[in-house]
Design a protein around this ligand. Structure first.
Ligand SMILES: [Zn+2]
Length: 335
């Protein structure tokens, strides 16, 4: 990895203590090893022959559901619906509960079959153009655009819900802040602190009330591993961290991080801004870049590019956000 000097930036080593809440590091399971580098034709076979098993394995739909009567529900055929199955409990008299396998899930509010949604997601992950998608399925352009938008919005939810540890010895983490736009809370200014581990799927976006030193220290204490080399545009609060567990390698130097393998700059925000060509007034400061689904999609795709299988990783991340309901409450069951 080369480091060439190009623009104002900070480069520092975080020397703090290990995070208080130790989180279990995810280890890949052998169960999904067949899904690595899943090709389109393999996915079609999988969705035709093992759709339910595939969805349950990735936790996209529930593997068991408990009825409010206390009995586990049966996974029963339901041929009048495209999914082909439903949860059902009729173990007691006057009690015939039916519950959609989509309840709470990523497929929850759609009328499109689960198989087709999974295929559209595949095309989205691998950046098929809309015209290619139109060629590959029977849906309208409007439906496909809506689902691409759903996927983009999901990126933001996924990033904001990730709470994995980032960095470590010899790891490089890009750190920057964005203004958090929330229409529901237009009066209160919030910030998003983004940390992206280079050459890794590790990325977090934390919504915080301010970007003062105390907030930054809390983030480092909880999410950044000691030994991490951090880089990003400097602001005063970040500079104040010099009083704490940080070793400043360089400050206010002109730096660009240059990947010696790909020959590409690794600076996410800078590259993102070039892509979306943001020259709008008020957004030209590095730390004031507009945060939203578009930036999140960009950051998430960047992380996905280091996953063993981008599509399976996306589905697993969706399953963490859109969790299937596993308990039926008395007044909320679906017919
Ligand atoms: Zn029951």
């Amino acid at each position: 990895m080369n480091l060439t000097f190009h623009r104002k930036c900070v480069l520092m080593n975080y020397l703090g203590m290990p995070p208080m809440k130790k989180q279990k590091m995810k280890t890949p399971t052998n169960k999904n090893k067949n899904y690595v580098c899943l090709k389109a034709f393999e996915l079609h076979t999988l969705l035709t022959e093992n759709l339910i098993e595939f969805c349950q394995e990735l936790k996209l739909i529930a593997s068991s559901v408990m009825c409010y009567c206390g009995e586990p529900m049966a996974f029963a055929p339901r041929m009048e619906r495209s999914d082909g199955y439903q949860w059902r409990c009729k173990k007691r008299k006057l009690h015939n509960i039916k519950f959609s396998i989509r309840a709470g899930t990523w497929f929850g509010k759609s009328k499109i079959s689960i198989r087709e949604i999974l295929w559209i997601c595949y095309m989205w992950v691998y950046e098929y153009s809309i015209s290619s998608m139109l060629h590959e399925c029977e849906h309208t352009k409007q439906t496909l655009v809506e689902w691409c938008s759903n996927c983009q919005n999901a990126c933001q939810k996924i990033l904001e819900n990730k709470r994995n540890l980032i960095g470590g010895s010899d790891k490089l983490v890009e750190f920057f802040s964005c203004i958090y736009q929330n229409e529901k809370e237009s009066n209160s200014q919030k910030w998003v602190m983004c940390a992206i581990e280079q050459f890794s799927t590790n990325v977090i976006c934390l919504v915080v009330p301010n970007k003062e030193s105390n907030t930054l220290l809390e983030i480092f204490d909880h999410y950044i591993l000691p030994g991490t080399t951090v880089f990003g545009q400097i602001w005063d609060s970040l500079r104040d961290l010099s009083h704490h567990d940080f070793e400043y390698l360089t400050v206010d130097k002109e730096i660009t991080f240059h990947d010696s393998v790909t020959r590409k700059d690794m600076d996410t925000i800078d590259k993102f801004r070039r892509i979306v060509n943001t020259s709008r007034t008020g957004t030209n400061h590095w730390n004031n870049v507009e945060y939203g689904p578009e930036l999140c999609e960009y950051m998430y795709r960047k992380a996905l590019s280091f996953a063993p299988d981008a599509y399976i990783t996306f589905l697993k991340d969706l399953a963490m956000i859109y969790k299937p309901r596993e308990v039926v409450q008395k007044k909320k069951f679906q017919r």
